[in-house]
Structure formats: structure tokens, C-alpha cells
Design a protein around this ligand. Structure first.
Ligand SMILES: [Fe+2]
Length: 323
């Protein structure tokens, strides 16, 4: 796809977008890993954690309660969560032939699992209480495919979903909430919930800004893009240190090495053992590290030094490669 000629090449976006919503399945490009491990973002994320979920257990109150341990020290350890990118073409482009959908109102967590008490009935892979995006384009006006959310909803989340520590899940699987919503893994569609959907508002975001939001905030991509420039965004995230997240980060490092999508984006039945099997098959063909092979190829083709592509020790640590 040529961004200078989207009119002729916009249809190729479908080749890198396998899900509904305006996503591009781009994970490990060097520029993207730089965004995911950016020092300013990491510092901002640590400050948010320290003031919320990582505050002293006796002081943090019910709003920031969690079951992942009382002594979380994000200054010592934290992991970068590799996510997708977002790329949304203007609706009118190509006479509407490339029109994409915006992902509708949802939260990226199952209400029962936010406590980390194991009562969700879901195979929770990681704990990502704060989400983040970095805007590469302006979405200052509404209806340009940008980000919308329900401000302050984290305060009424527990009440809305009848989430109480002493209350059993609504059904045996723990997936169905009291409001009737059904979780799909860590994804809870909420467009049908008129109360929630009506609380979602457009958030104006200038290019170059980072937006952090609590996982309990319902959010969506706007359904229309009436603007003229593509909306582009990098989804990033950070995982505070706990056993679950160390295990996720370790598997994420494995996927990076193998050049396959991160754990959250793999088919559901792929586990760590299967990744090891895949690694063995690659190794038999002389490829021990797909990432290194890619670095060598790109460096050679673009006449750049390996150092520009290679991960620094700080990046390797954030991406779980040191685990
Ligand atoms: Fe989301």
C-alpha cells in the first residue's frame, strides 16, 4: 500500500487487517517497538500505576483493588505489551470501496476477571489494567474514525456489572454478567447496552499524543470517518509485574523471536509448548531467531547498521526477552 496513492492502493489494507475494526496486524516493525518501549511512555505509565493500582494496599481503596499482589514495584520491573496498529481510511476514499468498520463499544476485560481472583471462568492470559494508544494523526474533530470512551465509568463499573468479591459469577462459566453481557475471552462487547453506549463520547486527540485509559472504561472507534487523512494510531500497553504477566511476557518474547503474532493474537489453542515445537522446526531449517534474521536482511537491504535495528538491553528487558 502506498500512502501517497491511497486512491489506487487502499484496498491492500485488507491484506494486513484480519479482524473487524480498523486495525492493522503490524506487531514487530522496528519503529513500532520503539514506540512500545518509549522511555517517556514508560515513565508516564509507571506514574499512573504508582498512583492507582500500585498504591499501598491500605490506602488504595476499593476502586484500585486487585488480586495480583500487594507489593507491585513498577520501578523495578514492567513489561511492554505488543499490540496492533490502527489505520482507518477516509470513508469517501475510492468512492467508498475501501470503507472500514469502527470497532463498536466494548471493554477489553471480563468483569469477573478484573479482580484477578480466578473466579472469572476465563483463561486470563495477562493483567493489563491501563490501556494506551499513541496517535500518529490528528483526530481533533468527531467523526474522523478516532477514539471515544465513557469518562469516569471505572467508578460505576462494579455496580453496573454487579461485581462483588463475595458474589458468585452469574452463570457456571462466569462469562455472563448480571447485565446480560457475555465475555469473549478478555473482550466484552457492549454496543447493545444502551446505558453504556450513550455514555461514550469522542475524545479529541492531537497527533503525537498518548492516551491512557483504565481497562474498565467502555470505548470504541468512531463509526464514521468523514475526514480526508487516514487515522493512524499505535496501540501500546504495559504489564505490571506479577506471575501472570511474567509468564505472558516470556511467551511474548518467544513470539517475537519466532516472528509470529503476540500471545493475545495467536489462535486460541496455541500454547507455549506448541511455540517450542515451531521453534524446533525452524531451527531444523537453520533459523534460530526470526527477528535476528529479519534484522540482518533489513540492515543489508537498506544499508543501515545492525545497531539501528537490534534491540537495546532496555528494550529487551521491557519486551520480556531477559526472562
Ligand atoms: Fe479496545
Amino acid at each position: 500500500m502506498d500512502v501517497a496513492d491511497l486512491e489506487s492502493t487502499g484496498q491492500r489494507l485488507r491484506n494486513v487487517s484480519t479482524s473487524s475494526g480498523s486495525f492493522a496486524d503490524v506487531y514487530y516493525d522496528r519503529w513500532k517497538l520503539k514506540v512500545a518501549t518509549n522511555a517517556k511512555l514508560v515513565a508516564a505509565q509507571k506514574a499512573i500505576f504508582r498512583a492507582t493500582y500500585a498504591a499501598d494496599a491500605s490506602e488504595r481503596g476499593p476502586l484500585w483493588r486487585h488480586g495480583y499482589g500487594d507489593n507491585i514495584d513498577v520501578d523495578k520491573e514492567m513489561y511492554a505489551y505488543v499490540d496492533r496498529a490502527g489505520f482507518r481510511l477516509p470513508d469517501a476514499l475510492g468512492d467508498g470501496r475501501f470503507k472500514q468498520l469502527g470497532i463498536k463499544t466494548h471493554v477489553d476485560c471480563c468483569p469477573r476477571s478484573v479482580l484477578g481472583d480466578g473466579a472469572s471462568g476465563e483463561a486470563v492470559k495477562r493483567w493489563r489494567p491501563i490501556q494506551c494508544l499513541v496517535a500518529l494523526s490528528d483526530t481533533a474533530s468527531a467523526d474522523c474514525g478516532g477514539f471515544s470512551c465513557a469518562p469516569g465509568f471505572h467508578k460505576s463499573f462494579a455496580t453496573h456489572f454487579s461485581l462483588k468479591a463475595d458474589q458468585p459469577p452469574v452463570d457456571a462459566t462466569g462469562r455472563r454478567t448480571a447485565s446480560g453481557a457475555v465475555c469473549h475471552g478478555a473482550f466484552l462487547p457492549l454496543a447493545h447496552d444502551t446505558e453504556v453506549d450513550a455514555a461514550v463520547v469522542h475524545v479529541p486527540i492531537p497527533a503525537g499524543s498518548a492516551v491512557f485509559w483504565d481497562q474498565r472504561l467502555p470505548h470504541r472507534q468512531e463509526q464514521r470517518h468523514n475526514g480526508v487523512e487516514p487515522r493512524s494510531v499505535v496501540y501500546v500497553g504495559f504489564l505490571p509485574p506479577c506471575a501472570l504477566n511474567r509468564s505472558y511476557a516470556k511467551m511474548q518474547a518467544k513470539t517475537l523471536q519466532l516472528g509470529v503474532p503476540p500471545p493475545d493474537f495467536l489462535p486460541m489453542n496455541v500454547d507455549s509448548k506448541e511455540l517450542d515445537e515451531f521453534a524446533k522446526r525452524l531451527s531444523a531449517r537453520g533459523i534460530d531467531n526470526f527477528w535476528d534474521a529479519l534484522v540482518r536482511t533489513q540492515s543489508k537491504e537498506q544499508g543501515k547498521k545492525d545497531a539501528e535495528y537490534s534491540l537495546t538491553a532496555r528494550e529487551r528487558s521491557l519486551l520480556g526477552c531477559a526472562l
